[in-house]
Each structure stands twice: as structure tokens, then as C-alpha cells.
Design a protein around this ligand. Structure first.
Ligand SMILES: C[C@@](CO)(OP(=O)(O)O)[C@H](O)COP(=O)(O)OP(=O)(O)OC[C@H]1O[C@@H](n2ccc(N)nc2=O)[C@H](O)[C@@H]1O
Ligand SMILES: Nc1ncnc2c1ncn2[C@@H]1O[C@H](COP(=O)(O)OP(=O)(O)O)[C@@H](O)[C@H]1O
Length: 289
């Protein structure tokens, strides 16, 4: 049996780190929303009792380091499944980019194998299982728009932002999330106003959303990768309404309301950066499989 599952990327409209924890993680308060840039996951059941991951992208591991592989193994062990699965990943989301590509692949595998193995888990149960794989997996199980707290695994769904274009530009080098959190000095950061962003979204106030964008990790990644600052500058210069780095970076996103402006920002950036995408904010919890 075969199943195709969609694994959309996320951006962080607001990302605050509120404290350091004893378990090596940080407590966060952030707003995440899905965009229509997605990996495609094809799942096929195997009679042989093994998990196989394949992808044509050389940056995607094909063994136990792959988060999608880990998702299949967790489900298999929890439910004593004696059947195997082949996971084929068509990678469209840039890797190590701050867009949760690996987490979304894992979440898609949880949703997909839940169906193929007839496990009847609710999304809440899958999100709980996903949190064991990575902090962003719980959000990716649901998609949509949400406030994430704890280490990112506590999800509260909120309204959908008003529609707009999201221009993404990913500098060549990837970023290690662990390194960025490690280098963060909580004493000298400017905390974004996450509640103001929640309010702006609920009022569908596009201008206020643009004014409220903020990411506490941005200054850390900017120091490690000065090209992120350059891309931010270019994006503003070409006319994006507001610009921010997503997650731990290095992808920069710009919000653009009007189609004509979108083309200008997209084409302008193409001259500076190989990986540029113009996508829509999905925002709403859609049926992902
Ligand atoms: C920064 C964010 C924002 O959405 O996304 P990305 O940039 O990775 O997309 C997330 O917090 C990333 O979540 P995720 O990528 O799932 O991280 P994990 O695999 O759980 O953790 C990787 C490492 O990051 C650090 N980490 C992660 C989450 C957190 N709340 N505090 C942390 O200190 C830990 O050192 C951990 O070992
Ligand atoms: N399915 C996957 N897709 C992409 N990267 C993966 C996957 N599984 C594990 N990884 C590893 O996870 C790391 C982070 O990748 P990714 O999830 O794309 O970035 P981010 O956490 O910044 O959103 C990569 O270095 C990669 O080796």
C-alpha cells in the first residue's frame, strides 16, 4: 500500500526565548505558521521488517539520523508493528535553513503511518509522540498558525494571518540550531512582543504584523553569518514590507502584500542568492494528507 503526504515548511513570525532550562533546552514563546513550500513524502509498506529512507538530496541523511526515519521507528516500537516501510522524500524545503524541513518530514511520516498502520492516534497523540523526536515536530503535526511554548512542543492554535506573499532567501551555508541557542546571551537581547503579534494576527492587521516581527535568535546568527544581514538589506531595498530571519536561520523571509511588488523583490534577490522562493502563507490548518 502507498500513501503520499505533504510536509510544509514553517516560518516564525515572532520568536522569543524566555529562559534557559536544566535539560539543555531553552523555554521559548514563538508564533509559527505554515507556508506553501513543502516536501513530498511517499510511504510504502514493506513486508520486510525494516525502515528504508531514500531521497535524491545529498544533504538528507538516509539512516537513523533522518527525523522521518526516527518517526517511523518510534511508531513501530510503540505499537509493536512487525511490518516495514519505505519513506521516499522529495526535498523541496532547503536543509538546515530554519524552516523545519526535517521536523515536517517527521510529522508527515507520523500522520501517514498512523493511517497505513491503522493506529487511530489523534493529532494530539501524534504531536506528543513527535515531541520526542524534536521540539518543532509537534507544531508540524498540526500545521496552521500557533503559539508554541515550553521548548516549542506546547501548541496553542490561533487565528490565521491575512493572506500575503512570503519571499524566502536562503544563503548557501546551513546553520546548526544547537550552536545558535548555545551562543545566545539572554541578558543582552531585545525581546519581541509576542502578544502584540497575536493581537495583530487576530485583528488581521497586516501593517501591525509587519511592525511586530521579531526574532531573538537573529542577532546570534547575524554574527555567525554576515551574509544574512546583507540579504535582509537587499530584501528591504527591493521593497519587502517587512523582513525577518526564520527560526535559527539562515533563511530570511520578507512579507509582501501586492503581486507586482512580489515580482520585484523575487527577481531582485535572485541576483544575490541561489535559493529564492515566492510562496503564500498557508496559515490555516489544512488537510495535509
Ligand atoms: C529555532 C527553532 C524555532 O522554530 O527552529 P529551527 O530554526 O530549527 O527551524 C526551534 O526552536 C528549534 O527546534 P528543533 O530544530 O526541533 O530543535 P531540536 O532538534 O529539538 O533541538 C536541537 C538543539 O537546539 C537547542 N534547543 C532547541 C529547542 C529549544 N527550545 N531550546 C534549545 O536550546 C538544543 O541545544 C537542542 O539540542
Ligand atoms: N528529513 C530530513 N530533512 C532534512 N534534514 C534532515 C532530515 N532529517 C534529519 N535531518 C538533519 O537535520 C538537520 C536540520 O535540518 P532541517 O530540519 O532542514 O533544518 P532546521 O532545523 O533548521 O529547520 C540537517 O543538518 C540534516 O542533516
Amino acid at each position: 500500500m502507498k500513501l503520499m503526504v505533504k510536509a510544509p515548511a514553517k516560518i516564525n513570525l515572532s520568536l522569543d526565548v524566555v529562559g534557559k532550562r536544566d535539560d539543555g533546552y531553552h523555554d521559548v514563546k514563538m508564533i509559527m505558521t505554515t507556508i506553501d513550500l513543502a516536501d513530498r513524502i511517499e510511504l510504502e509498506l514493506l513486508q520486510e521488517d525494516k525502515i528504508v529512507v531514500t531521497s535524491h538530496n545529498r544533504y538528507v541523511p538516509d539512516d537513523q539520523r533522518n527525523l522521518a526515519y526516527q518517526a517511523a521507528v518510534i511508531l513501530k516500537e510503540m505499537f509493536g508493528i512487525k511490518q516495514g516501510a519505505h519513506i521516499f522524500i522529495t526535498k523541496n524545503i532547503p536543509v538546515a535553513a530554519g524552516l523545519a524541513g526535517g521536523s515536517s518530514d517527521a510529522a508527515a511520516v507520523l500522520r501517514g503511518l498512523n493511517k497505513l498502520w491503522n493506529l487511530n492516534c489523534s493529532l494530539d497523540e501524534l504531536a506528543e509522540i513527535g515531541s520526542k523526536i524534536g521540539s518543532d515536530v509537534s507544531f508540524c503535526v498540526y500545521g496552521g498558525t500557533a503559539i508554541a511554548t515550553g521548548r516549542g512542543e506546547k501548541i496553542q492554535h490561533i487565528d490565521t494571518p491575512p493572506p500575503c506573499w512570503v519571499i524566502l532567501a536562503k544563503p548557501a551555508q546551513g546553520v546548526s540550531t544547537a550552536t545558535v541557542y548555545q551562543k545566545l546571551k539572554l541578558d543582552d537581547v531585545k525581546h519581541p512582543d509576542v502578544d502584540k503579534m497575536v493581537q495583530a494576527i487576530s485583528e488581521k492587521d497586516y501593517d501591525e504584523i509587519c511592525d511586530s516581527l521579531g526574532n531573538v535568535l537573529e542577532s546570534v546568527t547575524l554574527q555567525l553569518h554576515p551574509e544574512v544581514a546583507m540579504i535582509k538589506e537587499q530584501m528591504k531595498r527591493f521593497g519587502a514590507d517587512a523582513v525577518l530571519m526564520s527560526g535559527s536561520g539562515p533563511t530570511v523571509f520578507g512579507l509582501v502584500r501586492h503581486d507586482s511588488r512580489m515580482n520585484r523583490v523575487y527577481n531582485g534577490l535572485k541576483g544575490f542568492c541561489d535559493q529564492v522562493y515566492a510562496v503564500r502563507m498557508l496559515g490555516e490548518r489544512e488537510k495535509l494528507d
